[in-house]
Structures are given as structure tokens and as C-alpha cells.
Design a protein around this ligand. Structure first.
Ligand SMILES: C[S@@+](CC[C@H](N)C(=O)[O-])C[C@H]1O[C@@H](n2cnc3c(N)ncnc32)[C@H](O)[C@@H]1O
Length: 220
């Protein structure tokens, strides 16, 4: 796959896939977007305890790493379950400037260990952070009430429409425990209605800088 490394407006890198005419993050700021959508509106919805997370699209590992950082100063235990059918080459992920910008260079080994993690095996990265990576597509999954939180970080509907249909969101609602939430940067009306049809209570929340809104679905 042809991929270009580009710098977004907050100085953090993202990747661009010319064939899909799509980027891994918002051009307004990759770190800014991930922190807002997944950490502030997702993870911080839960104040303490054990949180089991499903990420749809591991990609650069930015969300997984930001989630790990939250464990360094909070009373949370994370079990992180990441899906990635099209892993990025290490030649690409080693160029990303996230750790420098987050002033987290001392955790370089941890970032690397997520990228190098063997597939389908749970590894205990730190006492508070357990990690598993699966090389499969979300369409192939069949989870039942396993997660508190889903980071739904697929490519946008115009680039990958098949990731935003009723059948996948039915799987996502089943995968969540009652009271669990799904967060996504996408705020399209069609996506919101699809989520409502499969049983999510959907909230429109303020989006990250440069985007008006985002969505959070709650499983009643
Ligand atoms: C918008 S990128 C976001 C990646 C990542 N969360 C990040 O911050 O870098 C979308 C990701 O979804 C992955 N993906 C594509 N099709 C998928 C599928 N059917 N199931 C799960 N993930 C998929 C892509 O390979 C890509 O890594």
C-alpha cells in the first residue's frame, strides 16, 4: 500500500493513503483529535476500575498509546483489544512523532511493544495495561457483552462505506456490556440513524478542533 507521512495542524503526524483519498486522522491535528474523541469523550466517561476496550482499526497505535498514558496517573486497569487487518509496516510507524510531542519518550519501548506484539496473544505490558492485537476485520467478529468501551476509528464513510452499516453496528452493540459506550469522530446523520436503529442511544457531542460534532452511542 502506498502511504505518505504528513504533518497535521497540531504538529503531529498522520498517514495518507492516496488510493483511498483518506488520512488516518484529522488534518486539524491527529493527537488533538484522538485525545478529544477517544480519551476525553470515551475513556474518561469511566472514572475508575477495570475497563475493557475494543479498538476498530489499530493503525498507528496512537489511541492505544494515549490510553496507556492514562493508566500512568489514574486508578484504571485496561484490557485493550485492537483489530487491524492491514497492519502498517514498522518502517512507517517508527517515523511517527507522537512520543516526542507527548513528552513521553521514556515509554518508547511500550509503544514499540504494541506494534511488535504477536497476533492473537494477550500481553501484559504493565500491571495496569493488558494488550491484544488481532489481524481480523470487524465484519468477522462476534463478541458478546465483552467491552465497556469501543473506539470506532474506521476510515470515513466516503472512503469505506461498508464500515458504517447496520450489520456492523449490530455487532458493536452486542459486543458492549450494558451501559457501555461507542465513540467515533464521525457525526454524519446517516451514521447516527443507523446507530439508533440497532439500539444505541446516541449523543451528539462537540467535536475536536476543526470539527463541529462527534457521536457517542450508549448501550442502554
Ligand atoms: C482511520 S484509520 C485509524 C487507525 C488508528 N486508530 C490510528 O489512530 O492510527 C482506520 C484503520 O482501520 C483499519 N481497517 C480497515 N478496514 C478494517 C476492517 N474491516 N476492520 C477493522 N479495521 C479496519 C485500517 O487498516 C486503519 O488502520
Amino acid at each position: 500500500m502506498d502511504i505518505n507521512l504528513i504533518t497535521t495542524q497540531d504538529g503531529s503526524h498522520t498517514l495518507e493513503v492516496p488510493s483511498l483519498k483518506e488520512r488516518y486522522h484529522s488534518i486539524h491535528g491527529a493527537i488533538q483529535e484522538s485525545k478529544h474523541v477517544f480519551i476525553e469523550m470515551g475513556l474518561r466517561h469511566f472514572s475508575s476500575g477495570y475497563i475493557s476496550i475494543l479498538e476498530v482499526g489499530f493503525g498507528t497505535g496512537l489511541n492505544a498509546f494515549l490510553t496507556f498514558l492514562e493508566t500512568t496517573d489514574k486508578e484504571i486497569l485496561i484490557s485493550y483489544h485492537a483489530l487491524e487487518p492491514f497492519p502498517l509496516p514498522f518502517s512507517c510507524t517508527t517515523k511517527l512523532n507522537y512520543l516526542q510531542l507527548l513528552e513521553a519518550e521514556k515509554f518508547q519501548e511500550i509503544f514499540n511493544s504494541m506494534h511488535h506484539a504477536p497476533w492473537n496473544q494477550t500481553i501484559q505490558i504493565t500491571p495496569k495495561y493488558k494488550f491484544q492485537k488481532l489481524p481480523c476485520q470487524v465484519q468477522e467478529t462476534n463478541y458478546k457483552t465483552e467491552f465497556e468501551l469501543i473506539y470506532y476509528d474506521a476510515f470515513a464513510p466516503h472512503a469505506q462505506a461498508e464500515m458504517w452499516n447496520k450489520s456492523i453496528f449490530s455487532k458493536m452493540v452486542k459486543a458492549l456490556k450494558s451501559g457501555g459506550i461507542l465513540v467515533t469522530y464521525c457525526a454524519k446523520g446517516d451514521v447516527r440513524r443507523t446507530m439508533q436503529k440497532v439500539g444505541f442511544q446516541v449523543q451528539k457531542l462537540p467535536g475536536p478542533p476543526g470539527k463541529r460534532e462527534m457521536l457517542r452511542g450508549i448501550k442502554p
